[in-house]
Structures are given as C-alpha cells and as structure tokens.
Design a binder for this molecule. Structure first.
Ligand SMILES: C[S@@+](CC[C@H](N)C(=O)[O-])C[C@H]1O[C@@H](n2cnc3c(N)ncnc32)[C@H](O)[C@@H]1O
Length: 349
C-alpha cells in the first residue's frame, strides 16, 4: 500500500477506536446514571479548551507514532495490531461486568475477590479492585477484559502510548547483538509483543504479580510467531534476577498503582538488574508538574476509578527517585495523557 494510503488507513483505524471508546463510555455512563447513580463522586466538568488541548495532544501522539513507524523504528504492522479475537469473545462480558463494578463503586468496596482466589503472599497494597476491576488483577476474567477496558479508557490510544517507549528502548540497545530486556509488570504482554516485533532477536523477560495476567500474556504471545518471552510471577520490588543482567528494563502503567515506597523499591531493583551502561524506560500517566493544563483530569480520574495511589503519583518526583537509585542522564517526555522517563545506569569507567 502506498504510504499516504497506509497513513490514511492508520488514521481511520485510530479514529474508529476513538469513536468506539467515546460511544462506549457515553452509553455506559448513561446506564450507570439510570440504574446505579454514583454517590459521593465529585468530578469537575472538563471545559472545551481542555478538550481541544487533549485532542491536539492525541493528534500529535498519533503523528509521532506514524513517523516512527515510517522511519522504520518499528514495523508498520504494529500500528494495526489489535486483539480482535478478544474483542469478539470478551466485549459482551465488559457490559455484563458493569453492574458489579457499579455496585462495588457505590458500596466503596475495594477489596472484593471471588472465594476461590488465593490472596495469600501478595503485598497488601496490591489486594484491591484497582479501577473497580472485578477480582482486582487476580482472575482470568479480569485478564481477559483488561486490554479492552484500557483501550476504551484511552479512546483507543493505549497502544500508541505504549509504543512511545520503543524509540528510546531501541536507541538504548543499539549495537547489542542479543539484547536482554525485561518488562516489569508486563500484564497481558502487549508491550512485550511490541518489543518482539521491533527487536526479533532480543531475549525478552516479563514479570508480573498476577498469575492470571501472565497466563493471558502467555496465551497471546505463544499464538504469535517469534521466540516466547520468559514470564515469571514476581514482585517488581524483589526481582528474581542476578545483578547487572539486562541491557534494558521497561515498565508501562505500573507506577501510579504503587505506594511511594514501592515505587522507589522497583526503581532500585531495576537499577540493580540493569547492566552498567544499560537503559531504563518508564511510561505512566502525566503528572502535575509538566501537565498543569490537565489538572482537572488528574483530579477526576481517582474520583471516578479506584486508584488509591494515583493522587500522590501525580506529584511524585520520579526523576529524584531515579537519581537516588544511581541512574544518570534522566530525561522526560510528555505525550497524550502519558509521561516517559529514560535513564542510564552509569557505565563502568
Ligand atoms: C495497569 S496494569 C499495567 C499492565 C501492562 N504493563 C500494560 O501496559 O497494560 C498494572 C500491572 O501491574 C501489575 N503489578 C502491580 N503491582 C506490581 C508489583 N509490585 N510487582 C509486579 N507487578 C505488579 C499488575 O498485576 C498489573 O498487571
């Protein structure tokens, strides 16, 4: 397909996902207001100017995504990757799950797990229904619905947001023949799948606390061509790897779900397992310091979804945490609703 056509196809694809996300949220909000009106949820109206700024950030994100794919940083087919099978199998369940979500939100019940789920051995901060998710991160149903729910939340931009880590990651491992790369809190494996498409020779590893999400990651990744990443159930605060092992470590959408001390622990562990001269790339929500124009959204998010550590996260100085751990050359980028940290472990002199 000529490039202008491919670009048009990509823009149309993203537009479709955006309309789908907006429509889903409008319908589900109206249903919620009718059947289970939220109590004690104080959100602020988002004004037109903020919405326009958001739209501009989104357009810039997609343009950058396209430019990087066109420049060959990652394959263009990644732009069109979508879990269609999951969509067909599980989208109806997203709707069926909504009444349970509304009920838990109304009851402020944030620690609800099915009886057969073994909750022993997890850190206390983890045993919650983040974003009112049924069973938190600890059931197969939760793992099946997660990617669909995140795409809806971000109006189809979750994958373009994840892909923003790829250029810095690729630059960080350039010249390494068979780079070893770890994804901390790999969830259902979407980031690992992207990295595998960009760096087919790399040895990939993923850790996550959720056995269900790792099962889902294994199911998805093993159905695709390429060497299967090694997936291990582990806490990012205690990585089960020797020192100086990885050429790069990445983590996407983890830090806003951690208490402050755990954020530092994960960064310290990443520093420990990265080789001297290696690279860390983080992606998470925007923060107040560099996105004050989106404060209203940063206030609304934890009011609408159960995100107990988000408010603190939005003010947390991760640059200082990275430097405390020993990283240097810390740089930041801000894109649509997302912020990025790239840091280097000093090379041995
Ligand atoms: C918001 S999801 C992000 C998942 C994935 N990285 C993505 O891009 O969608 C947060 C993930 O972090 C995992 N998680 C939370 N705390 C963790 C910890 N201390 N160690 C390892 N994984 C953790 C959860 O199980 C979940 O899969």
């Amino acid at each position: 397909m000529p490039d202008t056509l491919t670009k048009l196809a990509y823009q149309t694809f993203q537009q479709g996902k955006q309309y789908f996300g907006i429509t889903h949220k409008t319908l589900s909000n109206n249903l919620m207001k009718t059947f289970q009106p939220p109590k004690n949820v104080e959100t602020q109206e988002v004004d037109l100017k903020t919405l326009q700024r958001l739209q501009q950030r989104m357009a810039a994100l997609l343009e950058q995504d396209w430019q990087d794919a066109e420049a060959g940083v990652y394959p263009k087919q990644l732009l069109f990757d979508n879990p269609w099978d999951d969509f067909l199998r599980f989208y109806p369940l997203v709707w069926l799950d909504l009444p349970k979500i509304w009920q838990r939100a109304t009851d402020r019940n944030h620690h609800s797990f099915a009886k057969d789920i073994d909750t022993s051995g997890y850190p206390q901060y983890y045993l919650q229904n983040f974003h009112h998710q049924t069973d938190g991160y600890l059931s197969d149903l939760s793992a099946h619905l997660y990617d669909l729910q995140v795409e809806i939340l971000f109006n189809g931009n979750a994958d373009p947001m994840r892909r923003r880590i790829l250029p810095s990651l690729k630059a960080g491992v350039t010249g390494v023949e068979k780079a070893k790369i770890l994804d901390v809190a790999c969830g259902t494996g979407r980031t690992l799948s992207m990295i595998r498409a960009m760096l087919p020779k790399a040895s990939l590893y993923g850790v996550d606390l959720s056995p269900a999400y790792l099962r889902k990651a294994n199911e998805t990744l093993s159905a695709q061509p390429g060497v299967l990443p090694q997936l291990i159930q582990a806490n990012g605060e205690a990585l089960p790897f020797v020192d100086d092992y990885f050429d790069a470590v990445v983590s996407v959408f983890l830090f806003h779900e951690l208490p402050a001390a755990a954020r530092q622990n994960v960064i310290d562990q990443a520093f420990r397992v990265i080789k001297p001269g290696g690279t860390l790339v983080l992606c998470d929500s925007i923060q107040r310091v560099d996105s004050p124009e989106f404060e209203v959204m940063m206030d609304n998010f934890p009011a609408m979804f159960h995100e107990p550590y988000y408010r603190h996260y939005t003010t947390d100085d991760l640059n200082s945490r990275l430097i405390t751990a020993g990283f240097e050359e810390v740089t930041n980028q801000v894109h649509f609703m997302s912020k990025y940290w790239v840091a280097q472990k000093p090379a041995i002199a």
